[in-house]
Design a protein around this ligand. Structure first.
Ligand code: SF4
Length: 175
């Protein structure tokens, strides 16, 4: 599949879970191949993945989505070291590599509940029913706020922001 995608020498490669169900050694080979295409052939790589550890190692910028809504975007360092959104915080805290100090058989952090089905999406912020910071205002979908290039869509972000501008173009409330 990857060879077919590369045959036309695209300027942008969309890699949707390119290493799903692969062993760790094969995953490394695929990510090294993508990195060399990016650096040597000037090919943009849009990586779609749930694999947080690999994302940290192989990306420059990250956009986090939840149930089709924009959540947060920034450099990989901003997202993992200073997440502003409750969902991003929960993602980072649930990663095994962030919990290496836990004793064996400990439970990893997880938000209560599960992802809503598309036919019954919550109104407003879609994380609302599972969010530990949810308040009444969250029944209205938050718009994105740009904080020195670190963008977040939340009425009550983890760090109070001084917005540079509100309502970023191209980010729809209902994406
Ligand atoms: S807008 Fe409200 S419900 Fe949504 S993530 Fe922020 S605090 Fe939680």
């Amino acid at each position: 599949m990857i060879a077919i995608a590369l045959a036309r020498k695209p300027i942008l490669l969309i890699a949707d879970e390119p290493t799903a169900a692969m062993e760790t050694t094969n995953q490394g080979q695929i990510f090294r191949l993508l990195a060399s295409l990016n650096q040597l052939k000037n090919m943009g790589i849009l990586l779609i993945s749930h694999d947080l550890d690999n994302i940290t190692n192989w990306t420059h910028t990250i956009t986090v989505m939840y149930s089709g809504q924009f959540v947060e975007a920034g450099t990989t360092e901003q997202i993992f070291k200073k997440p502003l959104h409750p969902y991003t915080r929960a993602l980072v805290d649930s990663s095994p590599s962030a919990n290496f100090h836990l004793p064996a058989k400990s439970r990893l952090m997880a938000l209560p509940g599960s992802i809503p089905i598309l036919q019954h999406l919550p109104i407003g912020c879609r994380l609302g029913p599972r969010c530990p910071r949810a308040q009444q205002a969250c029944v209205k979908a938050p718009s994105a706020t740009n904080f020195h290039g670190h963008k977040v869509s939340c009425h009550f972000p983890l760090t109070p922001l001084k917005p540079l501008r509100k309502g970023i173009k191209g980010v729809s409330k209902h994406d």
